[in-house]
Design a binder for this molecule. Structure first.
Ligand code: ATP
Ligand code: MN
Ligand code: MN
Length: 372
């Protein structure tokens, strides 16, 4: 895969699912620029251009060599003139004026800030921006505002939630939760997914996917686990979404559609051993011995587990390309619940991620090669 610049023998695929994308991104100076521009398009509601920037960024992330000259771009897909101009500017100046304009712009700065609050999405950000708000203080202290419970807790734990979670913190929570679940259902399958499964050292939340090979036995797990965690005082906030999954429903045509599994969005209280009473800085308040951490639980029937695991492992761009590949190249429909073959009119069963790649005629990619 793409080990040398301008090597005409290797064709780079336009789909991330046909490329290896490890965590280490040696073209970050370019991909960061594209991702900021993509995010700005998202904030402006320009979905098409957003997609183009993200696809261009993903192509560069898969390269094993740093872009050093414009010649290095020969033969690469998805890099139109707009993309090339940006790369050229960064090669010449080390920066791109358009990106600087974006990050210093009012709209981008405000949306970045507002969407960093748990429970605040594009719609709410747009509303607050139009109302003229620019800082969190203006919003938080506004007596006229009605916040959702999620947003209320988002403000309450803002500092903790917006700071990074380390891999060891994620593993600590995962081990703790898995032990509880296995005591309830000994043959449950509990897997750490999301970015940490792709090998990331830091993340913004901890994603945990849960199933059980015995039919329907997964159904009791979520409520019982939450009850135990609540009784131990380890839940600062939780919001359970019950399953709306219907087995006969065709996979969604929307690439970014949410899935229908039972899930729970949590703010978990991670207690740090040995921190607290003994850790008093001179004249300062005692530092708190815990940290609020965002945790997602998703519970799936065993039959859909492989699809859900593949979907929740990400990256988001990798998932989009998998679906686009299934639709455009295979006449199949893929989502977090299954894969439908439109030619044969059947759902294809899969019990491992390898099965799914095989159904799609793709070479298997390990989670750590899916960092598109
Ligand atoms: P990080 O959490 O460190 O920012 P991540 O890759 O784990 O990175 P998440 O937002 O946690 O990002 O999402 C993990 C994966 O799960 C993504 O690929 C995303 O497509 C999928 N995902 C996240 N939330 C949902 C949801 N509500 N329904 C379906 N899929 C989801
Ligand atoms: Mn995550
Ligand atoms: Mn998540």
């Amino acid at each position: 895969f793409n080990t040398s610049p301008s090597s005409s023998c290797v064709q780079v695929s336009q789909y991330a699912c046909q490329r290896r994308t490890p965590l280490q991104d040696i073209n970050q100076i370019f991909t960061d620029a594209f991702e900021i521009l993509a995010e700005n398009c998202e904030f402006l509601g320009n979905k098409e251009l957003c997609k183009s920037f993200l696809r261009a960024s993903a192509v560069l992330k898969s390269l094993r060599f740093p872009i050093a000259t414009m010649k290095d771009l020969d033969g690469l897909p998805l890099l139109g003139n707009e993309m090339k101009t940006i790369i050229e500017e960064i090669l010449e100046d080390g920066k791109c004026a358009r990106v600087l304009d974006v990050i210093n712009g009012e709209r981008y700065k405000s949306f970045k800030l507002f969407t960093s609050i748990f429970g605040v999405g594009l719609k709410t950000s747009e509303k607050w921006f139009r109302m003229g708000f620019r800082t969190l203080e203006e919003i938080k202290n506004n007596p006229e505002f009605k916040f959702t419970k999620m947003q209320k807790y988002g403000f309450l734990h803002y500092e903790d939630i917006t700071s990074y979670i380390s891999k060891s913190e994620a593993l600590e929570i995962y081990d703790f939760v898995r032990d509880i679940i296995l005591k309830l259902v000994p043959d449950a399958v509990v897997t750490l997914t999301g970015g940490f499964r792709r090998g990331k050292e830091r993340g913004h939340d901890v994603d945990i996917i849960i199933t059980c090979p015995r039919k329907e036995k997964e159904k009791s797990i979520l409520h019982n686990t939450i009850t135990i965690l609540k009784n131990q005082g380890l839940i600062l906030f939780y919001d359970i979404n019950e399953s709306t999954f219907v087995e006969t429903k065709l996979p969604s045509k929307k690439v970014d559609a949410l899935d229908h599994f039972q899930k729970c969005f949590i703010i978990f209280k991670l207690v740090k051993e040995g921190v607290g009473a003994t850790n008093i800085k001179d004249n300062e308040m005692e530092s708190k011995n815990w940290k609020a951490v965002r945790v997602d639980f998703v519970i799936t029937p065993y039959k859909q587990y492989a699809y859900a695991l593949l979907g929740w492992t990400g990256s988001r761009q990798f998932e989009r390309d998998l679906r686009r590949y299934a639709t455009n190249e295979k006449k199949m429909m893929l989502d977090n619940h299954g894969l439908f073959d439109k030619t044969k009119n059947v759902f294809l069963d899969a019990y491992t991620e390898e099965d799914i790649f095989e159904h799609l005629g793709l070479e298997y990619l390990e989670p750590w090669d899916r960092n598109a």
